[in-house]
Ligand binder design. Structure first.
Ligand SMILES: C[S@@+](CC[C@H](N)C(=O)[O-])C[C@H]1O[C@@H](n2cnc3c(N)ncnc32)[C@H](O)[C@@H]1O
Length: 256
């Protein structure tokens, strides 16, 4: 990791916490976490397709746009955000927090799980910056970051143990979205985190989610991708590039 001038001490502390080497000059082909005066960002040096940086952004335009987009609306329908009053949702695969923020903006209380310490540190930074914004800050107060791996025991280990109505999963799959910025974000995330090594890994995530949610589990998939763990959902909502598979718990009614 690297720190801009004026951020050296803070960068040193963060590097120690994340067990990363602190470099003063970036090499030609590095995945680099950079602390600037403004934010914590991730970039890949020397790769023309992936130049620039990604960071967690809850304040400006892009998320407003997503909130109104077809994909954003479909996510909220799949989760059933409008059906309950401030439902508790576990976003078990936090990533850069875009989906979690959308659900919080729709009134959900969101526990945002992220297993990778670097990604979790970026989320922490994004939430801290958003806290000062009157609109984003109010939304982010509904988000509780949990920098840990989600599993079937997670609901018992929270600060106020309660089972969520919904568990949302967006396991890593190759980026197909057209927007260059989304693509870059996902590509960098994929370089950092990787896709599950063990093919059964994502299927186990679904099993854990099904043991946790009281009403439904929602899984985001590429539009033509196979069902997670080969398990058929109760119903699906499909958009241009992605699909949301909804697994309704027995006895809780179906339909979006
Ligand atoms: C495709 S990204 C999620 C993108 C996210 N939906 C967004 O809007 O930015 C998948 C993320 O899930 C995380 N992840 C995967 N399995 C997890 C688990 N069991 N617990 C917590 N995080 C997990 C990965 O580290 C990665 O950051």
């Amino acid at each position: 990791m690297a720190g801009a001038p004026g951020c050296h001490e803070q960068a040193q502390r963060l590097a120690r916490r994340l067990h990363l080497p602190l470099v003063s000059e970036a090499g030609p082909d590095m995945l680099l976490l950079r602390l600037t005066g403004k934010r914590l960002e991730l970039c890949r040096t020397g790769d023309p397709a992936l130049t620039g940086a990604v960071w967690v952004e809850f304040v400006r335009g892009r998320l407003d746009h997503r909130r109104r987009s077809q994909g954003g609306q479909m996510l909220l329908r799949a989760v059933g955000a409008g059906k309950y009053r401030m439902p508790l949702v576990f976003d078990a695969t936090g990533g850069l927090g875009g989906d979690g923020f959308l659900m919080a903006a729709a009134g959900c209380r969101v526990h945002l799980f992220e297993q990778h310490p670097v990604v979790a540190a970026m989320l922490e930074d994004g939430l801290r910056r958003a806290a000062a914004d009157p609109v984003a800050g109010t939304i982010c107060r509904r988000i509780r970051l949990r920098a840990e791996e989600f599993n079937a025991a997670s609901w018992r280990q929270g600060p106020d143990p309660a089972r969520p109505l919904v568990v949302y999963l967006d396991p890593m799959f190759p980026a197909r979205e057209k927007s260059a910025r989304v693509k870059k974000g996902l590509q960098l995330l994929q370089l950092l985190v990787g896709t599950p090594v063990e093919p059964g890994g994502a299927g186990r995530l679904l099993e854990d989610a099904l043991q946790t949610a009281t009403v439904r589990v929602v899984v985001k998939r590429p539009k033509k991708g196979p069902f997670l763990g080969g398990r058929r959902p109760s119903f699906s909502l499909a958009g241009k590039t992605v699909r949301f598979d909804v697994y309704q718990q027995a006895g809780t009614g179906a339909g979006d």
